[in-house]
Design a protein around this ligand. Structure first.
Ligand code: APR
Length: 238
């Protein structure tokens, strides 16, 4: 049986920018006036759990508000998964659920998810849409105060790395959208794909990045417009 082509898409904060979610680099190392390491590291959580939980409660509230919804880029990728005669996998560094809300089903959140919490004691994860604080009881082991956002913080190992390695080995077209190429291992995926040697690599971004030189083609512009264009080309077989 002939192997179907596999399109692998890496997304970063830039794809959600037009949905009203700020990118990290926009904020000059500060995130809503907090140093990133204070709110997005295991040490920050150990020092001040209330600050960290409140911070993510606010992010979650923003994500669930009417102001935030999937944009044209998310919708185009969902259409690609549905209509493409092959496999489409999204690897996202984003913790929002905008790919899923647009209709994508094959999505790996390598940096975790804002709408999930994890128990430090039993390691189970649970969906969360509302606020949670240190008094919350784990629905699994029933212990109190041991839930944390299920987010991969600085200094922690991203999720799905083994699976991602085999996906990249299987990839026939690699597309990177709205990521600065500053944070590894995701920033190294394009080099891995090019070293394997069978896939073309396309970068979509409003500007050149640290890793632009590793891509075969560049589409400079807003993700909403450029991803829709690219998906149209792919589906028409151009
Ligand atoms: N369309 C396309 N690209 C955009 C848009 C847009 N509308 N707006 C911004 N960008 C690009 C920027 O030029 C930049 O290259 O998106 C990128 C955003 O970069 P970062 O803020 O660094 O986000 P990301 O690459 O996803 O960061 C990776 O770093 O802070 C950690 O864990 C966090 O997952 C995150 C990781």
């Amino acid at each position: 049986m002939e192997k179907k082509n596999h399109i692998v898409i890496l997304t970063g904060a830039g794809i959600s920018q037009e949905s009203g979610i700020k990118t990290f680099r926009d904020s000059n190392g500060l995130w809503e006036n907090h140093k990133i390491e204070d709110v997005a590291s295991p040490l920050g959580f150990a020092k001040n759990p209330k600050l960290v939980l409140d911070f993510y409660n606010l992010r979650r509230e923003q994500l669930m508000s009417d102001e935030v919804s999937p944009n044209k880029a998310h919708t185009a990728l969902a259409a690609l998964e549905k209509e493409y005669d092959g496999k489409v996998t999204i690897i996202t560094q984003n913790i929002d659920d905008l790919h899923e809300r647009a209709g994508s089903t094959n999505v790996l959140h390598m940096h975790g998810e804002l709408l999930k919490m994890r128990c430090i004691n039993c390691n189970n994860t649970f969906d969360v849409k509302d606020k949670f604080d240190q008094k919350n009881r784990c629905p699994g082991c029933k212990k109190i105060g041991l839930l944390r956002p299920d987010i991969v913080w600085f200094g922690e190992t991203p999720y799905f790395l083994d699976e991602i390695e085999s996906i990249l080995n299987d990839c026939d077209l690699f597309i990177s959208i709205g990521t600065s190429g500053n944070v590894y291992p995701a920033a190294g995926f394009v080099q891995l794909v090019k070293a394997i040697g069978k896939a073309q690599a396309i970068e979509v971004n409003i500007e050149g990045t640290e890793i632009s030189n590793h891509f075969d083609q560049h589409m400079i512009g807003n993700a909403g417009e450029k991803v829709s264009e690219l998906v149209n080309y792919i589906l028409k077989g151009v």
